[in-house]
Design a protein around this ligand. Structure first.
Ligand code: ATP
Length: 458
């Protein structure tokens, strides 16, 4: 990551290079929605694949699901979202902007006061006492603080009365909880076991922003580990460690990551922490790990009237398992990966290159196939491109000087460029240029597939 990296630079590169575009742009946009372009969608899919590989494929007793976004509304009563999934909001009467009270206090006190431990009344007193001004217009004329529920509501069917109210899920976790017994039975799973899911979640955030850091529609990657009372602390620590190693293995510098324990725990929680990343906006949450006791399954047992008991086949003990939750936003991870990959380098000839140093497993294209001269080399290059595209994502690029094509692929983070030249036609060899070192090696055509496959492992 560059020291002088700003969100604006990332937004601009993302737009010009096909990572991420503003949502509904031709209609003037739709605040805080973003569309992934051809390069961005590959990177995000690769991140999701890497996560699934680590937390499902390579994790013992871990199973994936894909639950419905719209769930029976009682789910959100059981989970507590209808009553307490709210942020403290207040409006500036002068400029009509809306703000989160906790954010105002945190910013005003420069992080010295922790609003998470305050009641609504305490927050209100703080704002009045310290005359915290509106960050937008600088004036001090606030409405009282109101708790604002973040769930998006919609209605199902033809009439729009309260009977048909449904919610767009604000988290994927409940899909895992309500399927606990389905997965346990069908997979003959024994506690401890995990259920994982990747999917969209929706939150009517009061202050969305900072590019894809906080949006109203985003994807979560969540893993719930079901374990026995007494084993929860061990698994909580294990998942902290697993979540951290996953980020390091993606190539994130350990100096850009830190653990942050939650100061205020929900009444049922035994422990909770975030892993924060040093975004250009400062240290902010990248993912959360929570020891949630047996609260979630107990609540679903209470509200659904269905037993959530697990019977240990060896000891015949019956109990409701505890849950260790690990949750990371795919888009927030994408942002961290974009920040981490971004480098500006001054080359020997004085030119600057922007290079996105993604882990090769995460890059959109693994290989760009470039004919040195279109006239002489494109036929062979296209043949290679079609052959190698069956194995991994390749790009074919014949326009502009070879230097320009290298720069283009540096900017989208393609780890390797293969050049087809006269030597390819005469002796069956190609050159492979490494994105980071810019060094070139010569390989026989038959060696290319194995060489790249080895480099793109995760
Ligand atoms: P925050 O404090 O940033 O609002 P949270 O503590 O409410 O986040 P969780 O409910 O624990 O977040 O969600 C798990 C993960 O989902 C977060 O760590 C983050 O990566 C991601 N996430 C949550 N809200 C958003 C959002 N509005 N936009 C993008 N990603 C989000």
């Amino acid at each position: 990551m560059e020291k002088n990296l700003t969100m604006d630079k990332l937004v601009s590169l993302s737009k010009s290079r096909g990572f991420i575009f503003p949502g509904s742009e031709i209609y003037g946009g739709m605040g805080n929605t973003w569309d992934y372009g051809p390069i961005g969608v590959e990177i995000k899919n690769n991140l999701k694949r890497a996560w699934w590989k680590r937390f499902v494929q390579e994790s013992d007793n871990s199973f994936g699901i894909d639950a419905a976004i719209l769930m029976n509304p009682t789910v959100w009563e059981a989970s507590g979202h209808t009553t307490s999934f709210a942020d403290p909001k207040l409006d500036c009467r002068e400029c009509k902007t809306r703000h989160r009270a906790d954010n105002l206090i945190e910013a005003h006190s420069k992080g010295k006061v922790n609003p998470d431990t305050m009641t609504t009344e305490e927050m209100e007193s703080y704002i009045i006492e310290h005359k915290v001004a509106c960050p937008h217009c600088g004036r001090f004329n606030w409405t009282p603080i109101r708790q604002f529920n973040l769930m998006f509501e919609t209605s199902r069917g033809v009439t729009e009365d309260g009977q048909n109210k449904v919610y767009l899920r604000p988290e994927t976790a409940q899909g895992e909880f309500v399927n606990f017994l389905n997965v346990q039975r069908t997979m003959r799973a024994k506690v401890p076991f995990g259920i994982a899911q990747i999917g969209k979640a929706f939150r009517n955030e009061i202050t969305p922003g900072n590019f894809i850091f906080r949006t109203i529609e985003f994807e979560q990657m969540e893993h719930q580990l079901f374990c026995k009372e007494g084993d929860d602390e061990k698994f909580y620590n294990l998942y902290k460690e697993k979540a951290h190693s996953f980020l390091l293995d993606l190539g994130i510098d350990k100096e850009h990551l830190r653990f942050k324990d939650h100061d205020k725990l929900a009444h049922y929680a035994r422990a909770a922490c975030d892993i924060q990343y040093l975004f250009p906006i400062g240290w902010s949450e990248l993912n959360g790990i929570h020891n949630r006791s047996n609260y979630d399954l107990s609540r679903h047992q209470e509200f659904s009237g269905k037993s959530m008991m697990y019977m240990d086949p060896i000891t015949n003990e019956k109990y409701i398992p505890n849950v260790i939750e690990y949750s990371i936003g795919a888009d927030r991870l994408m942002l961290a990966i974009l920040c981490e990959a971004y480098h500006e380098e001054t080359l020997e000839d004085g030119e600057t290159r922007v290079v996105m140093k993604f882990h090769p497993a995460i890059s959109a294209y693994k290989l760009a196939v470039l004919p040195l001269m279109k006239k002489n080399h494109s036929e062979k290059a296209l043949e290679l491109y079609h052959k190698l595209s069956k194995e991994f994502m390749c790009d074919y690029d014949e326009s502009g000087s070879i230097g320009k094509r290298y720069r283009r692929h540096d900017e989208i983070g393609t780890p390797f460029c293969l050049t087809v030249d006269d030597e390819t036609l005469n002796s069956g060899t190609v050159t492979i240029r490494d994105r980071d070192t810019m060094k070139q090696i010569t390989l026989k055509i038959e060696e290319v597939e194995g060489y790249i496959k080895d480099k793109i492992k995760f």
